[in-house]
Design a protein around this ligand. Structure first.
Ligand SMILES: [Zn+2]
Length: 105
């Protein structure tokens, strides 16, 4: 019984450490993305980070905000960013609207 309790305690400690480690990675990733956006305004001039998004041009491994929140490494985020163009939400919506219109026509 004592041994079983020790094993459970170890497991719980490991799980807690993993949770904390992921939390730190998420905060690090959010800071990284925020700084990246500050350095890369939209071509229309918008530079407010909360108004900027990533438009995929190349193949897509995943949604960047999901990758950030899952604690992916900075290297994987950079790889995904390299396949994107940074745009403000308005310009991003216009591009997708044009794409959809082309599919209808
Ligand atoms: Zn724009």
């Amino acid at each position: 019984m004592e041994l079983k309790n020790k094993t459970i305690k170890k497991k719980l400690k490991k799980r807690e450490q993993a949770r904390k480690s992921r939390k730190r990675a998420v905060l690090r990733n959010r800071k990284f993305i925020e700084n990246y956006k500050l350095d890369h305004p939209c071509s229309c001039g918008e530079r407010e980070p909360c108004c900027l998004s990533f438009h995929h041009i190349g193949d897509k491994e995943g949604n960047l905000s999901d990758m950030v929140n899952r604690g992916y490494s900075i290297r994987r985020l950079q790889k995904e960013i390299s396949k994107c163009k940074i745009m403000c939400l308005n310009c991003h919506a216009k591009i997708h609207n044009i794409k959809e219109l082309k599919q209808v026509i």
